[in-house]
Design a protein around this ligand. Structure first.
Ligand code: 6PG
Length: 236
């Protein structure tokens, strides 16, 4: 796995997201994407809001969700919604009803239940069938966590619930989170991992080369979407 510069990374990721959107909209008239938290995607979000990408996206056919959220107010700098709003959503013409943010209420259990209702409504799922995202963006921590699925945590073992509250993690920001679970993540058509930093490159190499072993330590190794998984890594 080769580390690339931030500029190459941001452009490659933006082009990947655009082509995924074009394929899905051509096929189904709509594109569903779940955004990642953390800091690595900031440059990608910024680029999507700039020309030529901004005018190439049919925003009215795109539904934006989040893979996880920190249980803080939306105007808190730790909020994943705020990061995406500041870098992308506030700069594009997308219908408000196409923005499906995770309720950032202090009660994470209630937030999880509410967001499950949102997914059921937007994906029109029947008989408890899992929602099928066209694309989910994921990051990864130096401990191999992804979304807010932390190693050896209750949330990474969840088999039934779609969204779950997590305990306060050992890493910053040390706040409760709400996260998509592996059953929903692995029901997505496509996953794009956006990762930054040399130290994480070794983990990715291990996940790709020795997946069964890596699954014992790294939640990111348990990600297995329906159609494709793409890894993009850049320098810090
Ligand atoms: C979060 C993320 C988390 C993040 C990784 C990597 O809400 O924190 O969903 O999984 O992607 O911690 O974060 P960086 O991109 O900041 O390294």
């Amino acid at each position: 796995m080769k580390l690339v510069s931030k500029n190459i990374f941001n452009k490659a990721a933006a082009e990947f997201i655009l082509s995924s959107a074009e394929k899905a909209i051509q096929k189904n008239g709509v594109f569903s994407i779940a955004l990642s938290g953390g800091t690595t995607p900031f440059g990608v979000y910024k680029l999507l809001a700039e020309e030529p990408f901004n005018r190439l996206f049919p925003w009215n056919a795109i539904h934006i969700f989040w893979g996880d959220e920190r249980c803080v107010p939306y105007d808190d700098k730790r909020s994943n919604y705020k990061s995406a709003y500041d870098n992308l959503i506030s700069k594009i013409e997308i219908p408000t009803e196409n923005i499906h943010k995770i309720p950032s209420i202090t009660n994470p259990g209630k937030a999880a239940l509410e967001y499950e209702k949102v997914l059921k409504k937007v994906f029109k799922t029947k008989n408890n069938c899992l929602p099928e995202f066209d694309l989910i963006l994921l990051g990864m921590g130096t401990d191999g966590h992804t979304a807010s699925l932390f190693p050896n945590s209750k949330s990474v073992k969840e088999k039934k619930k779609w969204i779950i509250e997590t305990d306060i993690p050992k890493i910053e920001p040390r706040v409760k989170r709400v996260t998509l679970t592996l059953p929903v993540i692995n029901n997505a058509k496509s996953i794009l991992f956006l990762i930054s930093g040399k130290e994480k490159k070794e983990i990715v190499d291990e996940i790709i080369k020795n997946n069964a072993e890596a699954q014992k330590n790294y939640p990111a190794a348990m990600v297995k979407p329906r159609e494709e998984i793409t890894w993009m890594i850049c320098e810090q």
